[in-house]
Design a binder for this molecule. Structure first.
Ligand SMILES: [Zn+2]
Length: 209
């Protein structure tokens, strides 16, 4: 099998080739997510050339299949949408992104880690916006003008963690303040021909789409 054939099969299998010119899928548009090199959900990170159109508005295209951009990090739709973390049975530390192997608390001997839905609402701990187009593996169409998006770090009081995420469409830094209440809502990271790849967004409470 030639090198190209092997690479093509890896792409077809959803396995991310790693090497020069083939970036590992370990960062995302928001910079908040990390993935292993296998089963990368971002096709552009697999070294393929795709025609992606930037998400111009709210909610995505309903006719597309809605598939989580990363499995196991959130669940549900609408009011039932929740981020999923894990909690250590020994020290009650909560982890997001989820930790499924061992407790990361250095003072904990380690317990079992169980999946838990995180609080739907939190308060803005910090925020900023992205005014330039990130490099690959960020998925965007370079032929379209860059549209800045806001990033929100939301503190979840019960879990005592801060979760980074993009703001909901239409929300800009001009409308944000530290301490403002936000809620996790479903959103679309990007779309390709068949699929709307879903993710979470932070949206100030009281703001409706
Ligand atoms: Zn622990």
């Amino acid at each position: 099998m030639s090198r190209q054939e092997r690479a093509d099969r890896e792409v077809a299998a959803g396995i991310t080739p790693v090497g020069p010119g083939r970036p590992r899928c370990n960062t995302t548009p928001s910079g908040a997510l990390r993935f292993t090199a296998r089963a990368c959900p971002f096709p552009a990170a697999r070294g393929t050339l795709l025609t992606i159109r930037q998400i111009p508005s709210r909610g995505g295209v309903l006719s597309h299949t809605r598939t989580p951009a990363v499995a196991g990090w959130f669940t549900g739709e609408g009011d039932g949408f929740r981020l999923l973390g894990t909690r250590c049975s020994a020290c009650a530390s909560v982890f997001f992104p989820r930790e499924d192997v061992h407790c990361r608390n250095p003072h904990c001997a380690g317990g079992s880690l169980e999946e838990i839905p995180l609080s739907r609402k939190g308060r803005i701990w910090s925020y900023t916006d992205s005014r330039y187009r990130p490099p690959s593996p960020y998925v965007s169409n370079p032929e379209l003008p860059w549209e800045p998006y806001a990033l929100i770090a939301a503190e979840l009081a019960a879990e005592r963690i801060v979760v980074l995420g993009q703001a909901a469409p239409g929300v800009t830094v001009a409308g944000l303040t530290v301490g403002m209440e936000v809620e996790a809502v479903p959103g679309v990271l990007y779309e390709d021909a068949e699929t709307a790849w879903t993710v979470w967004r932070w949206r100030p409470t009281g703001v409706t789409e």
